[in-house]
Ligand binder design. Structure first.
Ligand code: SF4
Length: 403
């Protein structure tokens, strides 16, 4: 017997990350083309990359959703029909939109399936019904909605419902934040968010009185990151169709680890119909190995409050760094590795299989492609290291950064 579970939707910030997410268990990925999306900093896909990505994902039964969730001006809309034609040609599974002008243009020029972006901040049944009339087949609810509320929206509309399960959070309602516009001159809602909410600000508690000012410095607008693994039973019971992982700008390690952990948990549920608390502890420990700003369940259970504030300066506190990605595994001989960060002979690395436990690998030798021994691997180069049984193309190789 197999138990129903939601789709796991992972980020694909680049073609390589798409492959990593899919191979580590994502049922679907979302990505941006060169225009009309919200992540100017991620390696948005060219047409050729998109074609390869769709083919790769579809050949492994994963879906591809393309974000068109920027808010557009008239001159931007003029270029949209041509892009929509390309997406139809490539047979992408849906587009994620937030602007009514984009939906109207879509309906005039294509038959693409419409998912409403979280940027549209849909939080209630009436709003969902209206978007449904406009042609949305799925709603990515605002992160302010609880799972119980989401279940009611699904019940009342019959729409597919997608919710965030993991990743960074906004302190504002999605699609309504203009802090970066005013503090950095960058438009958050057209892809320019400068993460201004993560900065330190001073609060003046003087409050209009004549008393001397009590200036306090704090990171009071910065949110902890969302972690919904413990809420999986509630998501499943509510029939939430898709669980989204935030993070197109994040690393290969992040894309691989989060996809692997959540897909492992969902697979376990599919065959057992429950979760073991001992497994939950292991999964949580794995989730702590990627860069994060402490974890919170946000508004999944009840509306987020003070305890979801991350009152710290952001720092690079990765417990693990990605050393490289396996390009080829020559059985019994060596692994060919695309180096992402430097490592040395003698280092202990870890190879992360697509399914199952991470295995340690001692770098007994480090060689260039032509077989010359190296003292250090250089990011961007390809090197040979000892073979690890079971290692496969696109496995992540990582190294513990702190003890
Ligand atoms: S500044 Fe912060 S709250 Fe605003 S859009 Fe960016 S991440 Fe979200």
């Amino acid at each position: 017997m197999s138990y129903w579970t939601p789709e796991l939707l992972s980020p694909a910030g680049s073609l390589e990350k798409l492959k990593v997410s899919v191979l580590y268990g994502a049922d679907a990925v979302y990505l941006g083309g060169q225009k009309f999306g919200l992540r100017q900093a991620s390696d948005n896909f060219t047409y050729e990359e998109l074609a390869e990505g769709v083919e790769f994902a579809h050949s492994r039964d994963s879906k591809v959703y393309v974000v068109l969730n920027s808010f557009l001006h008239d001159k931007d809309l003029e270029e949209l029909p041509e892009f929509l034609g390309l997406l139809e040609e490539l047979k992408v599974d849906a587009v994620i939109v937030s602007d009514l002008g984009v939906i109207a243009t879509l309906q005039k020029h294509s038959k693409l399936v419409v998912h409403l972006s979280t940027q549209a901040s849909c939080l209630n049944i009436e709003s969902a019904k209206l978007w449904q009339k406009m042609g949305a087949q799925r709603i990515v609810l605002g992160r302010e909605v609880t799972i119980k509320e989401a279940a009611k929206i699904k019940m009342a509309t019959g729409l597919e419902i997608e919710m965030f399960v993991h990743g960074s959070m906004c302190m504002s309602f999605s699609g309504n934040c203009v802090i970066s516009n005013y503090t950095q001159g960058r438009d958050s809602n057209r892809g320019g968010c400068a993460h201004s909410c993560r900065f330190e600000y001073s609060i003046d508690f003087k409050n209009g009185s004549n008393e001397s000012s009590d200036l306090k410095k704090a990171y009071f607008m910065s949110s902890k990151d969302l972690e919904g693994i413990r809420m999986l039973p509630e998501f499943i019971e509510a029939g939430i169709d898709s669980l989204k992982v935030e993070g197109r700008n994040k690393s290969h390690h992040y894309a691989g680890t989060i996809s692997k952990v959540y897909s492992e948990a969902l697979r376990y549920y599919q065959s057992h119909g429950n979760f073991l608390s001992s497994d939950m502890l292991v999964w949580e420990e794995e989730l702590r190995k990627v860069s994060h700003r402490d974890y919170t369940t946000g508004s999944l259970d009840e509306y987020a409050g003070l305890d979801s504030i991350y009152n710290h300066r952001e720092q690079d506190d990765n417990e693990y760094v990605v050393s490289g990605i396996v390009l080829e595994a020559s059985v019994g001989q060596h692994l060919l590795v695309d180096v992402k960060s430097a490592f040395h002979p003698g280092d202990i690395l870890e190879v992360m299989p697509f399914i199952g436990q991470t295995e340690k690998l001692k770098v007994d030798f480090l060689k260039s492609l032509s077989g010359v021994s190296l003292e250090k691997s250089k990011p961007g180069s390809v090197v040979k290291i000892p073979y690890q049984a079971g290692a496969e193309k696109f496995n992540i190789i990582r190294k513990r950064a702190v003890s």
